[in-house]
Design a protein around this ligand. Structure first.
Ligand code: TYD
Length: 211
């Protein structure tokens, strides 16, 4: 049996990631294809508990290293309990954020640097996405799209933080251009959807109902 394909979706806050994820879900349904949709932090019962702790606006005193280790802890559980077994069973996995988020947000945003890659090396244990969609949007534009009343703890961070996160993603893409699919998220929702679908057609050619 063929191993499933592992896809992750990354993007700055406000890049339209959730909307596009719902379209990706429709893509799989419309083509009669099976995939497990999951997210980080979270994806397992333990991971969801860790997620609640990380994103709780009351946890203001959480230090950056604690945050980085909690994301990695959630990921370690996710990879072993859900992602690897699913891929090995031949099903595809679509993950809302993965290790690139940690490198961008904790490594570059929080300026923890290389230790984030080291911690996550243990968490991920070579289980990396085959393809990563990056919804590319100027962070200033992205922030303008989010209602400030809905900000969680990380979204409350200053603009300079979000610019560092964005610059981090751009560096990551430069280092691993074969895995990343960079999508211009300043385009209309419909144009972005069409572009993503075209890539999915290519990735899953032969597997779709009409393919
Ligand atoms: P979420 O509400 O899922 O936001 P989004 O819709 O933008 O994905 O919250 C996830 C937040 O956690 C988001 O601000 C990015 C951040 N994050 C990290 O800082 N590091 C990580 O490793 C991951 C997975 C997420």
């Amino acid at each position: 049996m063929n191993r499933g394909i592992f896809i992750s979706i990354e993007g700055s806050d406000g890049s339209g990631k959730s909307t596009q994820l719902s379209y990706i879900r429709e893509y799989f349904q419309n083509n009669g294809m099976d995939a497990v949709f999951t997210r980080e932090p979270g994806g397992t019962a333990i991971g969801e508990k860790i997620r609640a702790m990380i994103l709780d606006p009351e946890n203001e005193e959480m230090c950056p290293l604690t945050e980085a280790m909690l994301y990695a802890a959630s990921r370690a559980q996710h990879v072993r309990q859900l992602i690897i077994p699913t891929l090995e069973s031949g099903r595809h996995v679509v993950c809302d954020r993965f290790v690139d988020s940690s490198i961008a947000y904790q490594g570059y945003g929080r300026e923890l640097g290389d230790c984030v890659a080291v911690i996550n090396g243990f968490a991920v244990d070579r289980c990396m996405p085959d393809y990563t969609f990056f919804l590319d949007l100027d962070p200033a534009v992205g922030r303008g799209r989010i209602k400030s009343a809905d900000f969680d703890r990380l979204e409350k961070e200053k603009m300079t933080f979000h610019q560092r996160v964005y610059d981090g993603y751009v560096k990551l893409i430069g280092e691993d251009s074969g895995r990343f699919i960079r999508i211009d998220a300043s385009k209309s929702v419909e144009e972005v959807r069409r572009e993503i679908y075209a890539h999915l057609d290519r990735i899953f050619s032969g597997e779709r109902r009409d393919g």
